[in-house]
Design a protein around this ligand. Structure first.
Ligand code: NAD
Ligand code: IPM
Ligand code: MN
Length: 356
C-alpha cells in the first residue's frame, strides 16, 4: 500500500484545533479503507516558537518541508505580534520561496450553508485560481523619512512574464477540466497600466491554445458586482495575488461561510511539496472555545489526498463530511450547536459506515 509523509503545521489560534480535527478524520479514513498509509509529523512553527527562538520557522525550513509529500497548515497570527511580522515569518515565507505559485480555492454551497443571494437559485460553484508567488505580495518597497511629515512609503507589485504565463496556463487547464469550460481573467488594466496590461496581453496569447475554453476579461471592481448580481455566469476565475485574496473571501461569504472554505497552495511542477490550509485565519475571538468549524480543514485535507494520488479516498471523505453537515451536525458559525469534536466524531462515525 502507498504510504505518505505529511508535515503538520498547526500554527496559531484555532489552527491547532482544526488541524488536529483534520488529522483525526484522515487517520480514521486511512485505517478504515486500508488502501493507503499516512503519517503526520508535527512541526511547531508559529508564534510560541517565535517568542522562544526569535524566528517563526526554523532556519532550514524549506529543506525540512521538502522531505514531505505535502503539508497541512492551520493559521498564523497572534494578537500581540504585528500581522506583517507573523505572516511574512511563516506563511509568506513558504508560499513564495517554495514556488507554490497556484493557489486554488474551490467555492461552493455546502450542505448546511446557504447562499445569501436569491439570484443564485442553484447555489454557487466556482473555482478561484490565485497567483500565489509574486504581484502585490512581492514584499518589495520601503519607507523614507519615517515619522516625519513628508514620510513616503512604496509597496511595489512585481509581475513577471514567466509568473503570469504559468498561472494563466494553469487557469485555462483548470477551466478546461470543468464541465462549463468557462474562465474569467480579472485585472485592473484601466488604472494600472504596466503589470495589469501585461496580464491582459498574456491572457489573450495563452487563450489561443485553449479554443475549447470560453473566456472573458473583467476589471476587478466590476467583478465584485458580477459575483453578487450574476453569480450563475461565473465558473473559473483567475487573478493576481491581492485581487484573488479579496475575491476569495467574498466568494466564501456568498457561498455561505468562510468556515468551510479550503485552499491549496500548489507547485504544479511537483518539485516541491504543496501546502493545504483553510482560507480562514487564527480567529482569536473563538480560540480555545472548541467551537471552530473544522470543515474548511477537512475539505483542504481532501484536496491534499487528491493531490498526492488518493482521489478515491478524497471523494469518500468529502461524501462523509457532506452527509454529516446535511444531518445538521454543525458548529455555531453555521447556526448549529455542535462543537469541533462533535463534528469530528460524527465524521468518524460516518467513515465507519464506508464499505471499502
Ligand atoms: P479570521 O479568518 O481569523 O476570522 C474572521 C471571522 O471569521 C472571525 O469572527 C472568526 O471567528 C470567524 N472564523 C474564521 N474561521 C472560522 C472557523 N473555522 N469556524 C468558525 N468561525 C470562524 O480573520 P481575521 O480576524 O481577519 O484574522 C485573524 C488573524 O489571522 C490575523 O492575525 C490575520 O492576519 C490572520 N490570518 C491568517 C491567515 C492564515 O494563516 N492563512 C488567514 C487570514 C488571516
Ligand atoms: C489568505 C490570507 C493571507 C493572504 C494573509 C494572512 C497573508 O488572507 O490566505 O487568504 O493574504 O494570502
Ligand atoms: Mn485572505
Amino acid at each position: 500500500t502507498p504510504s505518505y509523509n505529511i508535515a503538520s503545521i498547526p500554527g496559531d489560534g484555532i489552527g491547532p484545533e482544526v488541524v488536529s480535527a483534520a488529522i483525526q478524520v484522515v487517520e480514521k479514513l486511512a485505517k478504515t479503507l486500508g488502501t493507503f498509509q499516512i503519517e503526520f509529523t508535527h512541526i511547531p512553527w508559529g508564534t510560541a516558537y517565535y517568542k522562544e527562538t526569535g524566528r517563526y520557522v526554523s532556519e532550514d525550513a524549506l529543506d525540512t518541508l521538502r522531505k514531505f509529500d505535502a503539508g497541512i497548515f492551520g493559521a498564523v497570527g497572534a494578537p500581540d505580534v504585528p500581522d506583517h511580522i507573523s505572516l511574512w515569518g511563516l506563511l509568506l515565507a513558504i508560499r513564495g520561496p517554495l514556488q507554490l505559485y497556484a493557489n486554488v480555492r474551490p467555492v461552493r454551497t455546502f450542505p448546511g450553508t446557504k447562499c445569501p443571494l436569491n439570484t443564485a437559485t442553484e447555489g454557487i460553484d466556482w473555482m478561484l485560481v490565485r497567483e500565489n508567488s509574486e504581484g502585490e505580495y512581492a514584499g518589495q518597497g520601503g519607507r523614507s523619512h519615517i515619522g516625519q511629515k513628508w514620510e513616503a512609503a512604496t509597496e511595489v507589485a512585481i509581475f513577471t512574464r514567466v509568473g503570469i504565463e504559468r498561472i494563466m496556463r494553469f487557469a485555462f487547464e483548470t477551466a478546461r477540466s470543468r464541465p462549463r469550460k468557462l474562465l474569467t481573467v480579472v485585472t485592473k488594466s484601466n488604472s494600472m497600466r504596466n503589470g495589469m496590461v501585461l496580464w491582459d496581453e498574456i491572457a489573450t496569447a495563452v487563450a489561443k491554445d485553449y479554443p475549447d475554453v470560453t473566456w472573458d476579461k473583467m476589471l476587478v471592481d466590476a467583478m465584485t458586482v458580477r459575483m453578487v448580481a450574476k453569480p450563475q455566469s461565473i465558473d473559473t476565475i483567475v487573478g493576481t495575488n491581492l485581487h484573488m485574496d479579496i475575491l476569495s473571501d467574498l466568494a466564501a461569504a456568498l457561498a455561505g461561510s468562510i468556515g468551510v472554505a479550503p485552499s491549496s497552495n500548489l507547485d504544479p511542477t511537483r518539485k516541491n511539496p504543496s501546502l493545504f490550509e483553510p482560507v480562514h485565519g487564527s480567529a482569536f475571538d473563538i480560540t480555545g472555545k472548541g467551537i471552530a468549524n473544522p470543515v474548511a480543514t477537512f475539505w483542504s485535507a481532501a484536496e491534499m489526498l487528491k493531490w498526492i494520488g488518493e482521489k478515491d479516498a478524497a471523494g469518500k471523505l468529502m461524501t462523509c463530511v457532506e452527509n454529516v453537515c446535511a444531518s445538521g451536525v454543525l458548529t455555531p458559525d453555521l447556526g448549529g450547536t455542535s462543537n469541533t469534536q462533535g463534528v469530528v466524531d460524527a465524521v468518524c462515525a460516518e467513515i465507519e459506515q464506508i464499505k471499502a
